[in-house]
Every structure is written in structure tokens, then in C-alpha cells.
Design a binder for this molecule. Structure first.
Ligand SMILES: [Zn+2]
Length: 235
């Protein structure tokens, strides 16, 4: 996406002799505006088309991983766990996919908002055409890194969150009602309340009242939370 957008926008800048006379002629701005809006449409459509199959696959793989974990610990305790799909799990899966799709869509949307800002800021400053094209080229290079890191952060956080949500639904379907909070210790900025929650028992349906506004949260539910839980076996 970034390569495509960069090639098109930088080419307009380099090839259009009017592009530097912004103040006198509105046409170059229109040209860039049209190019950005058709690129945005093309790439947002591309992302949306791929978002559902990708999210489907991630949800299924996450569930497989969750089931493998649950089966392994059940075997260890000589338990038989029923791995049927329940309505609650199907709902959870749909909710996870919908959230993923929204996040995937936000990646090109945010990218194009920033690109627009960057290009218009550069154009309104005006100046030497070659310098401006070079400056934009460098700007696109930086954007690539920022967008990639954002996408990676979203992917990591969504997989982690989906794993917690599906494990929770699976355990409840298997008759497990309570868990013991395990603080991960993995983050370099741990939430105090989560550190404090370590070892506390909670209802798997609601969690503990340790949200930022005192609301109930489950381990792994808040952004970048790596906390997990030990299921309390009712047997
Ligand atoms: Zn946490």
C-alpha cells in the first residue's frame, strides 16, 4: 500500500511543473487530492476484502490452540472435556471477528488520514519541487514503519484478547465457573490493579472490579494486558 501510494504521489510531485505554484493555481492540489482519494478507496476496499477471511482464519487457529491447551491440562488431571461448540462460543467468535475487521479497516483509514496531512502540509509550504518530492519520499518511508508497527501491535493484542475470550467461553462450556487471576509480569508498564489481582479468585463470567473506572474486567481483556488465569476445577 505504502509503495503504491508513494510511487503515485511522488510522481505527481516530480512530473507536474505546476505542483509548486500552489498559491497561484489550485489544480495541482486537486490533482493530488483526486489521486489520494482514489488510492484510499482502492486500498481500504482491498483491506476490507481480506479482513473477513483473515479474521476467520485467526479465530479458528486461536480456538484450536485454546482447545489443545485445555485438552492437555484435562488429560493431566484425567478429566473428560466436551469440546462442542456452544452458542456462547459462536457469539464470542463472531464478536472477535467483527472487532478484528474494524481494526483491520482502521489501518488504511488512519494511514490515509496521515498521508493527506503530510502531503498537504508539504505542498502548502511550497518551495523547490525536487526538494519537496525528496522530502515526501522520506516521509513515506517513515510512514511505512509507523503503519507496520501499528498493524503488528493490533495483531498481537487481538490474538491475545481472542485467546482469553475463547478460553473463557470454552472453560465455561465445560462447567468451569471460576478462575484465579495470574498476573503476567511480562509488561514493562504493568497495571497496579492487575499486579494486585494476582492470586484472587473471580467469576469467569464477570471478572474482578479492577477496571480504570472500577468496572469488572477479565484477565487479558484490557489493551496489552498479558494476564491469564488458572481455572478452578469444580470437581
Ligand atoms: Zn493484566
Amino acid at each position: 500500500m505504502n509503495d503504491d501510494v508513494k510511487a503515485e504521489i511522488v510522481t505527481i510531485m516530480r512530473d507536474n511543473p505546476l505542483a509548486m505554484d500552489m498559491a497561484m493555481d489550485a489544480n495541482p492540489v486537486d490533482l493530488v487530492k483526486r489521486a489520494i482519494s482514489s488510492l484510499a478507496k482502492k486500498w481500504i476496499d482491498n483491506f476490507i476484502r481480506k479482513a473477513i477471511p483473515v479474521s476467520d482464519e485467526v479465530a479458528d487457529k486461536t480456538l484450536e490452540a485454546v482447545d489443545r491447551g485445555i485438552l492437555a491440562s484435562a488429560r493431566k488431571d484425567s478429566l473428560v472435556i466436551n469440546l462442542q461448540w456452544t452458542d456462547a462460543m459462536l457469539q464470542k467468535r463472531d464478536a472477535i471477528i467483527a472487532e478484528n475487521v474494524a481494526y483491520i479497516r482502521s489501518i488504511p483509514e488512519q494511514y490515509f488520514t496521515e498521508i493527506e496531512g503530510m502531503v498537504y502540509r508539504a505542498m502548502s509550504r511550497g518551495g523547490d519541487r525536487k526538494k519537496l518530492a525528496d522530502e515526501l519520499e522520506a516521509g513515506f518511508g517513515k510512514r511505512h514503519g509507523i503503519t507496520r508497527r501499528r498493524a503488528e501491535r493490533i495483531a498481537r493484542d487481538q490474538v491475545r484478547k481472542a485467546t482469553s475470550a475463547l478460553a473463557n467461553a470454552r472453560q465455561r462450556a465445560a462447567g468451569i465457573k471460576r478462575g484465579i487471576w495470574q498476573h503476567s509480569g511480562g509488561s514493562n508498564k504493568p497495571r497496579k490493579k492487575h499486579v494486585h489481582a494476582h492470586g484472587q479468585e473471580f467469576d469467569l463470567e464477570v471478572g474482578l472490579p479492577i477496571g480504570d473506572k472500577g468496572q469488572y474486567v477479565l484477565p487479558g481483556e484490557e489493551p496489552e494486558c498479558g494476564c491469564t488465569w488458572k481455572p478452578v476445577l469444580p470437581f
